[in-house]
Design a protein around this ligand. Structure first.
Ligand code: PLP
Length: 393
């Protein structure tokens, strides 16, 4: 069984590139070049230098002593929250902005939901002096004002998506439309391990620095490269893909994914894509997708804007279908409690997305000598108001 993408861009039954004809030259140029460009020593050098000096990598692998005691197992946190801009997303935007420059592009577009990917994209565009346009649902613009302000300060133009539910899915549609109209000079930086091939693989490879570091960091601390489990939350699946990547072909490492159950899987207000999804096509790839019987996309819901997406990356759909990964889903309430618990026990306020991964302990009991590595995908500063409202702080 292979968990890597094949030459046709598929992970088992999922993936591919379902795109309008107008985008074919762009996607084809990317497909033909991305692996060669990424392998160039000059590219590697520039990418690694920026990850080190600009992002602040390697991110620490932190042994969470009090959390471990509470759940009677050995818990390590991979601290992506300490990256510049506060989450794992910048690993990917650094990689893609360098790719865009190699492909001769001068204009960058992106979609964003909560605004984290928009901020990470606006940041690297400021860094490289490139024009940046971010599409964002009108509703998200209203509820994520601080991130909108950050993007504007960084020099990006934020364009509201006013169709449909006025959230992430609609912003993505607008970004694709823009790319169709500006195919020559524009690169589209997709923010997760989704979209047409080669995006899921490219994003996964840029994020794979996470599991690359876990291997040597764990070797230093525990004398072995492989944990018993790696755990991550799943929106589109990029922090998870990066956390799993170097362990996918090693059966001694258990892979755990935690999705957002919202108000409960059966409540009609959730984003538990693999549990509820059926095969379908969204934003250029075939994957598991929340949809009605006649194929209309169902509106997802989660208290966490970063997990509020009706699909999941094709790698994760494959991991689900083959049983390589265990999937759990955490409700809003379970995630909020897990976020508060980490704060009280370890002095770390996690992003609410990340708090879903931490809620794994309400669903699964680990053995005392298991080593469990959790992707701490982002910090909670952006979610402070949500925490305040939820806990009446
Ligand atoms: C965007 C985001 C996520 C979800 O995106 P993935 O592509 O699934 O990783 C998770 N955590 C944080 C902190 C985020 O900002």
């Amino acid at each position: 069984m292979s968990y890597n993408v094949n030459e046709k861009g598929y992970y088992g039954d999922f993936g591919g590139a379902f795109i309008p004809e107008m985008l074919y030259p762009n996607i084809e140029a990317l497909r033909q070049n991305y692996l060669n460009v990424m392998a160039e020593p000059e590219f590697q050098k520039e990418f690694n230098q920026l990850l080190k000096d600009y992002v602040g990598r390697p991110s620490p692998l932190y042994f969470a002593k009090r959390l471990s005691k509470k759940f009677n197992t050995k818990i390590y946190l991979k601290r992506e929250d300490l990256n510049h801009t506060g989450a794992h997303k910048v690993n990917n935007t650094i990689g893609q902005i360098l790719m865009a420059k190699r492909l001769g592009k001068t204009r960058i577009i992106a979609e964003t939901g909560a605004g984290q990917h928009g901020v990470a994209t606006a940041t690297v565009c400021a860094l490289m002096g490139l024009e940046c346009i971010v599409y964002m649902g009108e509703i998200d613009i209203a509820r994520q004002a601080p991130n909108v302000a950050r993007m504007k300060m960084l020099g990006a133009t934020v364009i509201p998506a006013t169709s449909g539910s006025k959230t992430l899915k609609d912003a993505t549609n607008e970004a694709i439309r823009d790319w169709i109209n500006n195919p020559k000079n524009t690169h589209y930086i997709i923010g997760s391990a989704i979209g047409p091939h080669p995006y899921p693989d490219m994003v996964t490879r840029f994020q794979s620095v996470i599991s690359e570091e876990i291997q040597w960091q764990l070797k230093e601390k525990e004398g072995r490269e492989h944990p018993d489990y790696v755990v991550a939350c799943i929106g589109g699946g990029s922090n998870a893909a990066g956390t799993y990547y170097h362990f996918l072909d090693h059966d001694d490492v258990g892979i755990i994914a935690v999705e957002a159950a919202g108000k409960g899987i059966q409540s009609g207000k959730s984003a538990a894509t693999s549990a509820l999804g059926k095969e379908g096509i969204i934003h250029g790839c075939k994957t598991l997708l929340m949809q009605t019987k006649d194929g209309q996309i169902t509106e997802p819901y989660s208290i966490s804007a970063g997990l509020d997406y009706p699909g999941v990356g094709p790698l994760h759909a494959h991991l689900y279908k083959t049983g390589r990964a265990e999937f759990y889903s955490a409700t809003d309430d379970e995630a909020m409690q897990a976020g508060l618990e980490l704060t009280k026990l370890e002095g770390i306020i996690p992003a609410i997305e990340t708090a879903h991964a931490l809620a794994v302990f309400t669903h699964k009991t680990f053995k005392p000598d298991d080593i469990v590595v959790i992707s701490l995908s982002g910090r909670g500063d952006k979610d402070l108001q949500n925490y305040i409202d939820y806990f009446n702080l």
